[in-house]
Design a protein around this ligand. Sequence first.
Ligand code: GLN
Length: 240
Amino acid sequence: MPALRVCGLYPELMNIYADRGNIAVLRARCEWRGIGFELGASSLGDPLDPDAHDLFYIGGGQDRDQAAVAHDMGATKREPLHAAAGRGAVVLAVCGGYQLLGHHYEMGGEQLPGVGLVDLRTVREEGPRLIGNCAIEADLGEGPRVIAGFENHGGRTYLGDGERPLGRVLSGHGNNGKDGFEGVRRDNVIGTYLHGPLLPKNIWLADRLIELALGIELEPLADDALEDAAHGSAKRAAGV
Ligand code: GLN
């Protein structure tokens, strides 16, 4: 059996709304199937080996933590992340981490650099934070499915012309509250504003990410009643 090798990026800084719960879910889904699970981490100043992991994960964060992370990411993680994405590793980024996947995050006259893995920019514009339950329809190769969660972001994200969103907003604000799109997906690089944490409420997505990271097909688990109930409740909260 293969092992899923996960790297948490800046786990102590980028963990708003318990986003590290996403990693706990990946671990459980692997272990329940007898798939090995290895967790590494890379934080401020640490090197990053692009070949040592199958899935790179970064959660959300406050603006002040994002500033430290953004500068370090540009200096120490940019090239390894490009190399990892180039060989098909999964990169999953939530909210503040998602914003740093693009070219930059502009806030209050300051421009935080992103790693440029995808063509997008984020701007802290006038107007309220975009807060609330959110549901989107996304297709990760198995037909359209619903991803439901909770968003809370001041930044508005705009995708470049050739970039594809992760999904279409069914309910909530999404990338910028205007264009009806949420997140980004370029091959195995996925960014989204949805917390929840994301994966406990969308177990199909957790399993799909494991499949994409390992290049395998998973058998369903015998009893996902609780996971399905969590998905149903997140969808209902978003009104879909
Ligand atoms: N600080 C960012 C914003 O407000 C991201 C917030 C988050 O990760 N929830 O836009």
